[in-house]
Design a protein around this ligand. Structure first.
Ligand SMILES: [Zn+2]
Length: 198
């Protein structure tokens, strides 16, 4: 039997994404035997990052100040918005290196089976941006799974208005997956070969 404090640490670690019970145990046993200065640095950096990071009130990106550096960058194309599912997807698109517009994070995909309805996503925020920003094109960059398709079609219908082009990336993206699995070249081609929806 492990001491209570180690069991509690294992239990906390195993709630992290990608950390199974065995990894949690290995990490916990490592932490309790390693230099306490290093452990304190790790704990402090976790707390500091959690304290400092917030969601950009405009686009939903992870940022230390809101609006984020992308929203506040006047050199970026304000006519062009790339809609992504999660804040981390911004990193994938940024790594592709060619996109010079701005972003909007939906915060999920429509999935009635999981209880995610359109009103649970940041769609009305996007409509507000359409009313106040000079947006001419929306590029929908959601995954290629069933929910990604359904959400893209829903968005294309709901956001359709005069003078707004709505397109969706797709070409070359692995079927049924999210942006994080696409390499930079693939994502680049997918952006360039986006198909117009409306
Ligand atoms: Zn932002």
């Amino acid at each position: 039997m492990l001491p209570d404090s180690i069991s509690a640490l294992i239990s906390a670690l195993s709630k992290l994404p990608g950390v199974g019970p065995r990894s949690a145990e290995r990490i916990a046993l490592h932490l309790v035997q390693t230099d306490s200065t290093l452990v304190k640095q790790l704990a402090d950096s976790i707390l500091l990052a959690r304290e400092k990071i917030q969601f950009c009130t405009t686009c939903g990106a992870l940022t230390e100040k809101s609006p984020c550096s992308i929203c506040g960058d006047s050199r970026r194309d304000s006519f062009l918005i790339c809609v992504v599912e999660r804040a981390v997807d911004i990193l994938s698109v940024e790594k592709s290196g060619t996109f010079r517009g701005k972003f909007h994070v939906l915060g999920g995909k429509i999935s009635p089976l999981d209880g995610v309805e359109p009103e649970d996503l940041k769609i009305s925020d996007l409509e507000k941006r359409l009313a106040h920003e000079p947006i001419k094109e929306i590029i929908i960059a959601l995954g290629t799974d069933v929910e990604g398709d359904a959400t893209s079609n829903y968005l294309a219908k709901r956001l359709a208005r005069n003078g707004l082009k709505i397109s969706r990336i797709g070409f070359g993206l692995p079927a049924g997956s999210g942006l994080e699995f696409a390499d930079e070249l693939t994502l680049n081609r997918a952006l360039e070969s986006r198909r117009e929806m409306t």
